[in-house]
Write a new protein. Structure first.
Lengths: 224, 358, 257
């Protein structure tokens, strides 16, 4: 039912989602922790910035990324100076775009989980001899595992469904940046509705399954 | 140098904390006062949970904080045991893992015996349970055991019984008393309940509005009228007595103290053992003549020292001296007048009940 | 009358009036790439026929066709290819014949000044790390670009370095932003002021690919509308031809009847 091109697109999509999710869990954790515990005024603009991809049209994000990461954009000049070349039309470029686009979906559940941790519990751990990093790994992470799971699943599913940003900076290169969402779009544009149906159904099943798993394991999930 | 010396200053809108503490290096020191008097602030500052901008803390010769020299040892490096009001056990760990938490981080000290502490707090049957299945009293005992297992050099307890109901309190207090008996390290015990303090403390610091009102050995401070007057029904004196003899037939034990003897219900302690006695002011009445034909066993000769009127006007607190041991009696103002009592007058103090503490 | 009733009547009146004005309006479904030219043609038409209201609507050919099939009330359809309008004729939605109104040309476009000397064969040079074309699967200009590259004999060398825009607009944007060093786009685009100021182009020999004929049809519903006939008559004039050519198309002789 699926063509070779479809399978390649699917593999690419899953790779992108997996890498982005892992990177986001690593990057979002300190950010979410800071947002949850700080009393600095800066947390407000930073939180708004993080949440921006939730409300911006993805095409706007993609468009600005294309310009910024291009040879004359500020970020493009940096990547070139670092010897990394230019990011648009590359898989790493998609990763960067997806990191920005899916960031709030990972940060919000993490932040909610961190906010739910009682200060008294952390003081208790400190009084028993646990330093800051120790407290984080021995108390915060275990008590936040629901939030972490939610962040991971949401980041993954969200990245799978990403379209607008990818469309703007991907260049639709088969095997490199032509992910399933773009592949479906192409099928529709070319009036290959049967193919479009097939891939869409697959994406739907994948995303639904992941979310179902999440809500089954986290019946009390309130942050999403 | 032994002991705990601290100078703590904190200015907040509506509340200023300004205390100087000198506490012994052994035994239980109580920080006592009403809510809002600054006791918990002091304890948290001593623990290092709050860093006061102007403070110095020296514990057994080691400097934990000196704001002038910009020295501050973070809480995780002070070897303390901290027990808070709400027993904060780690919900994601079982009881045994909770107990291990501090012990492992202090290098698994072999000098600390898990079995002894478990027995001391009576939690052996709880080891395989999870915190959310424990009662309040059980959780508090586990929290205390966990603090002790971390091999602290100072134990800090912030009203550990105040969140428990009366029955649970009674359940935990004996363990604390047992702790007091066996603890080799100093402990600081914060409470607003004088009953607890009287049972547990050796040294008493009374705080009021962020300042120290009185500090000293418990028997001395508790007997001060100006302090005792604020304790309400709990006003009492505390003193040590020696077991002199047992009377198996009448099931009584005779104790001797500086002011005389006390007959109390039979005790198991051998002759010669020292017991701490607590006598509530409400259990002491005064008479100007040696009483005859009375059911009260314990009549102590004493001399009136001074008197304090109690709020309400009906009663007053009288301090008498029995051979060097102060006793407090709560009588009516009318009785004081009718008996013609005055400082220096010889009286007899009738002690209706004496509690014996471990 | 009570207030709610009055309001309802007012609403009815407005609703009744709107279709009345729509009936006079000529709706022209137009392929997006033809927009600049169509705007000028529409202005010329309005100048000559102030009593007729015309409204061009711009989107990609495929989308417009899909809308038409779902009943969108267009009167004329200006597609970017010949095949789509022919399909509509076969489906009975439009009247034969499909007429060519413009023929596009492909160009090699660079966002720098040196494209004029380039030929397709030069694209094999490895210095062009990214070459942008429109997605050949659903954009006619993309399909023609593939034909041209193949005919020029450089397809296998160039193919690994291609990036695909979803339409020629996005293709141009890839090159304009500098992310692709060179692209194959429409001459009509390269003539746009925005692109013309910034870059340069080289015409691609149109013998290398099938003609990029863009055809129009009169929809069934407009068969009896005199306004439609007047617009198609305008297309045949010399003035119209000049407008179309100025925007980077040619008008094949067969269109001038």
């Amino acid at each position: 039912m699926f063509s070779e091109a479809d399978w390649i697109a699917l593999r690419l999509t899953l790779q992108l989602a997996a890498i982005v999710t892992l990177l986001l869990l690593v990057l979002a954790t300190p950010l979410a922790w800071w947002l949850a515990r700080t009393r600095s005024w800066w947390s407000r603009p930073v939180a708004a910035l993080v949440a921006l991809p939730l409300v911006l049209p993805p095409t706007v994000l993609g468009f600005y990324l294309l310009v910024a990461l291009g040879p004359e954009g500020p970020l493009g000049r940096i990547t070139e100076a670092l010897g990394l070349g230019l990011l648009p039309f590359t898989f790493p470029g998609l990763v960067v775009a997806s990191l920005i686009y899916s960031l709030p979906f990972v940060v919000q559940p993490l932040r909610a989980a961190f906010e739910g941790i009682d200060e008294a519990t952390l003081e208790e751990a400190a009084a028993l001899g646990a330093g800051a990093l120790d407290r984080f790994f021995s108390v915060v992470l275990p008590l936040s595992r629901h939030g972490i799971a939610a962040g991971g699943v949401l980041g993954f599913v969200h990245t799978i469904g990403e379209f607008g940003v990818v469309l703007m900076i991907g260049g639709s290169i088969p095997g490199e940046t032509r992910v399933v969402s773009v592949q479906i779009y192409d099928h529709v544009e070319a009036f290959d509705y049967a193919q479009a149906h097939g891939l869409s159904a697959l994406l739907l099943a994948l995303s639904f399954g992941a979310l179902l798993l999440l809500y089954t394991l986290n019946p009390r999930l309130r942050s999403v | 140098m032994d002991g705990i010396r601290a100078r703590l200053i904190q200015v907040r809108p509506g509340f200023t904390l300004d205390v100087a503490l000198t506490l012994p290096g052994r035994g239980v020191s109580a920080l006592f006062g009403p809510s809002g008097s600054g006791k918990t602030s002091c304890l948290r500052a001593l623990a290092g949970l709050d860093r006061l901008p102007t403070a110095s803390v020296w514990v057994n010769g080691a400097c934990w904080q000196d704001s002038d020299a910009d020295v501050f040892v973070p809480v995780e490096r002070r070897r303390i045991g901290y027990v808070s009001q709400q027993a904060v056990l780690f919900p994601h760990l079982g009881v045994r893992a909770n107990l291990d938490y501090g012990w492992r981080r202090r290098g698994r000290p072999q000098s600390v015996r898990l079995d002894d502490i478990v027995a001391l707090l009576g939690i052996g049957h709880l080891l395989e349970r999870r915190p959310d299945t424990l009662s309040g009293g059980e959780r508090q005992r586990v929290a205390i055991a966990r603090a002790l297992l971390a091999d602290p050099q100072l134990l800090l307890m912030d009203e550990p019984l105040s969140a428990l109901d009366a029955a649970r309190k009674e359940e935990v207090l004996p363990y604390l008393e047992g702790l007091h008996a066996t603890l080799a390290i100093p402990a600081i015990y914060v409470s607003h309940a004088f009953d607890e303090v009287a049972r547990l403390a050796d040294h008493l610091v009374v705080l009021e509005h962020g300042r120290v009102r009185a500090a000293g050995p418990l028997p001395e401070v508790a007997a001060r009228l100006d302090i005792a007057g604020g304790f309400g029904d709990a006003a009492a004196v505390v003193f040590d007595a020696r077991v002199e003899a047992h009377d198996a037939a009448d099931h009584l034990t005779r104790l001797r103290f500086a002011g005389g003897t006390l007959d109390v219900p039979l005790r198991r302690e051998p002759v010669g053992a020292t017991l701490r006695c607590r006598v509530h002011a409400r259990d002491v009445s005064l008479t100007t003549q040696p009483p005859q034909a009375t059911s009260i066993l314990n009549v102590i000769a004493a001399v009136v020292v001074e008197r304090l009127d109690l709020p309400g006007g009906a009663q007053c607190l009288v301090r008498v001296d029995a051979g060097g041991t102060p006793l407090l009696a709560r009588i009516t103002a009318r009785s004081w007048r009718q008996l013609g009592l005055e400082p220096g007058r010889a009286v007899w103090a009738q002690v209706k009940a004496a509690a014996l503490l471990g | 009358m009570t207030l709610p009733v009055r309001r309802f009547c007012a609403l009815l009146l407005i609703v009744a009036l709107v279709p009345a004005s729509a009936n006079d309006r000529l709706l022209l479904a137009t392929a997006a790439n033809f927009k600049p030219a169509m705007e000028e043609l529409a202005a010329a038409f309005r100048a000559q026929h102030p009593d007729v209201s015309i409204e061009p609507v711009y989107a990609s050919t495929g989308k417009l066709a899909a809308q038409i099939r779902k009943g969108a009330p267009f009167d004329l359809f200006f597609a970017a290819d010949m095949q789509t309008p022919q399909e509509l004729v076969q489906e009975g939605l439009a009247a034969a014949p499909v007429r060519v109104y413009a023929r596009g040309r492909l160009v090699i476009w660079r966002a720098a000044g040196d494209a004029a000397s380039l030929a397709l064969a030069d694209l094999a040079d490895p210095r062009f790390t990214r070459i942008a074309i429109a997605n050949p699967r659903h954009a006619p200009y993309g399909a023609r670009a593939v034909e041209a590259l193949t005919a020029a004999g450089v397809w296998t060398l160039v193919q690994p370095r291609l990036v695909y825009g979803e339409n020629i607009g996005q293709t141009a944007q890839f090159v304009h932003s500098g992310n692709a060093q060179v692209g194959i786009i429409a001459l009509s685009q390269a003539r746009e002021p925005e692109l013309a100021q910034r870059g340069s182009y080289a015409l691609i020999d149109d013998a290398l690919h099938a003609p990029l004929d863009q055809g129009y049809v009169v929809m069934r519903r407009a068969a009896d509308r005199p306004a439609a006939a007047r617009f198609t008559a305008l297309l045949a004039t010399v003035a119209a031809r000049r407008i179309i050519e100025r925007h980077g198309y040619t008008v094949p002789p067969a269109a001038l009847e």
